[in-house]
Write a protein that binds this ligand. Structure first.
Ligand code: URA
Ligand code: SF4
Length: 200
């Protein structure tokens, strides 16, 4: 078993916080270990809890559409959440649950080593940029250490608010342009001679 699959298995058996008692299945995350872009949502909802997979309900369908709109397939990105088990009634996660669970996310980031982390919603944004306001930073790449954080509103919130939906669609266009620019920089500059601003 590779390290990422071993980590997924560890999450499936985790009892580090009280959310373990109410879950059907834990949702570790999915996607290739070689993914260069990682999407981090909030927590599993009803369908995710039943299937053990992230973003498979209505918000997931919207996310899949948004990915397709910039030429990305679900299978080529890594998708996970801050919290791996469903909070009862889809309530917001508590601080102590985030503290208990986020070491798994940190290990996923370490193993996959993505260049770009797209945060979906304010909880995952706060993991990397605790003082950032989503209304001010959404749709903009922000360098944090060796990676770029690209904050987005949560697709579930956008589904029920037409203005926010348009904002998320526009932010995805910006993400697409940003990723295309980063890839072009990589082509122009071979990896043997990395330029400081080159992303990949
Ligand atoms: N919302 C999330 O934040 N994550 C999921 O996996 C599904 C819905
Ligand atoms: Fe473990 Fe995270 Fe699930 Fe809590 S939410 S039981 S810490 S996997």
């Amino acid at each position: 078993m590779d390290e990422l699959e071993a980590l997924h298995q560890e999450v499936r058996g985790c009892t580090k916080c009280p959310l373990a008692r109410g879950r059907t299945l834990a949702v570790p995350g999915e996607g290739p270990r070689s993914a260069r872009v990682m999407f981090v949502g909030e927590a599993p909802g009803f369908h995710e809890d039943r299937q053990g997979r992230p973003f498979v309900g209505a918000a997931g369908n919207f996310l899949t559409e948004l990915l397709a709109s910039i030429g990305l397939r679900r299978e080529e990105v890594y998708i996970t959440n801050i919290i791996k088990c469903r909070p009862p009634g889809n309530r917001d996660p508590y601080m102590d649950e985030i503290e208990a669970c986020s070491p798994y996310l940190d290990r996923q980031v370490e193993l996959i080593n993505p260049k770009v982390i797209v945060t979906l919603g304010r909880y995952s944004l706060a993991h990397w940029l605790p003082n950032a306001k989503i209304s001010q930073v959404h749709g903009k790449p922000i360098r944090v250490g060796s990676r770029v954080i690209f904050p987005m509103y949560h697709p579930a919130a956008a589904l029920h608010q037409p203005a926010l939906k348009r904002t998320v669609e526009e932010d995805f266009r910006k993400l697409g342009a940003f990723l295309a620019g980063a890839l072009k920089a990589e082509e122009e500059e071979p990896p043997e001679e990395p330029r400081q601003l080159s992303l990949f």
